[in-house]
Design a binder for this molecule. Structure first.
Ligand code: SF4
Ligand code: SF4
Length: 87
């Protein structure tokens, strides 16, 4: 659940995603149950969408063994929720 923010994954995504930020957002949503904070975190990197669904194999190797593609796809759904519904 909790990303150490070690940044070993930072340059590994072939699509240039900022994985530590995505994992921080995931942690807020699913670890701290704060979807508003999760969305605010994603908004810092002005992410319109997450390209993971179109990626056949994930090139990112997380030092904590996270399934980055699954987690990034999970947290990306928050971009579809209108902000006024987030607390
Ligand atoms: S390698 Fe894993 S633990 Fe480290 S910052 Fe990336 S997602 Fe977080
Ligand atoms: S699945 Fe997502 S995180 Fe993994 S390489 Fe593709 S775009 Fe990057």
């Amino acid at each position: 659940m909790f990303c150490s923010q070690c940044e070993e994954c930072l340059l590994q995504c072939s699509a240039g995603l900022n994985i530590p930020i995505l994992m921080r957002s995931y942690m807020y949503a699913f670890g701290y149950h704060s979807p508003w904070k999760a969305r605010e975190t994603l908004d810092h990197i002005k992410l319109a969408s997450v390209p993971c669904l179109n990626c056949e194999s994930c090139s990112v190797k997380c030092s904590s063994g996270f399934d980055i593609k699954r987690k990034a796809t999970d947290i990306a759904r928050i971009l579809d929720v209108p902000k006024e519904f987030l607390v």
